[in-house]
Design a binder for this molecule. Sequence first.
Ligand SMILES: Nc1ncnc2c1ncn2[C@@H]1O[C@H](COP(=O)(O)OP(=O)(O)O)[C@@H](O)[C@H]1O
Ligand SMILES: [Mg+2]
Length: 262
Amino acid sequence: MTNGVHRFSAVQRELRDRFAGIVETGDDWIEVGRIGEGESESWRVRNPADDMVGVAKPGPPRADQDGHFRAAHEKIAFDLAHLIGLPVSPVVLWPKDIGTVYKVGRSISCWAFPQGDKWNVAEGKGLISAIQKQSVAAEVAAMRVFHAWIGDGDRKPDHVFVDTDSPPDRLNIAFFDHGNSMSAAWKGPNANCGVCGHYLAGVPEDKDTMLAVAEHIAACSDSNVQALVDRIPARYLPTGPRGHIIQNLLARKGNLRGLVGI
Ligand SMILES: Nc1ncnc2c1ncn2[C@@H]1O[C@H](COP(=O)(O)OP(=O)(O)O)[C@@H](O)[C@H]1O
Ligand SMILES: [Mg+2]
């Protein structure tokens, strides 16, 4: 699976690889306005250096969220997906106002495709054909295993971004919103948490890919996985939840067939 299960264009692959190479952005992103949906009350941001758009999460600071490490989860999820070769929208950490306004920092998740809609919106507009749904069976199967690995039960059609410039017989998709994964679900070692089922109607279940991806994740070296968690600076992720994340990722990675039920 060296090329991964995705159909990102060369431009998108470049962005993905570049974001995987950095932990924190040093750019002066501009806050453009509220996104206007989602529990994190995220803000739309723009990088004036290259006009890249993205979503900064979380939005307005809330004291009850200081122990919710959304930014760290978003970044680790993207980095792990990159390690495996799976289509997650590129994420960097954004240090602006960390420790003051934003106690545990923010992440920026960028558009995987220059043009697109969330799956539910594209579906509502009738933009996704039956053939296109069939064409994403492998990606959807792979991501189901991945989400079981990272303890993410918060999966739904409006966390899938659809490239509205996809060819008629193939759909390009990317997954986002991993703020509620990992330490949000794992409060200790060997944590129990539910896994999500199949939630995209019309997409066939591809068991062969699920099995292949479970094996592929199991074969990733523990040190590579741990290194991606450990490179997150402490101000975004304190020692306790960091340890739980590493322990659960390593414990679950060899047990994905059982967790997913395949
Ligand atoms: N990478 C992305 N690509 C496209 N849209 C995004 C992306 N990240 C966030 N969004 C938009 O921002 C909204 C809120 O983001 P989300 O990650 O779902 O945060 P929340 O934690 O608030 O649910 C989404 O519903 C979507 O419209
Ligand atoms: Mg969301």
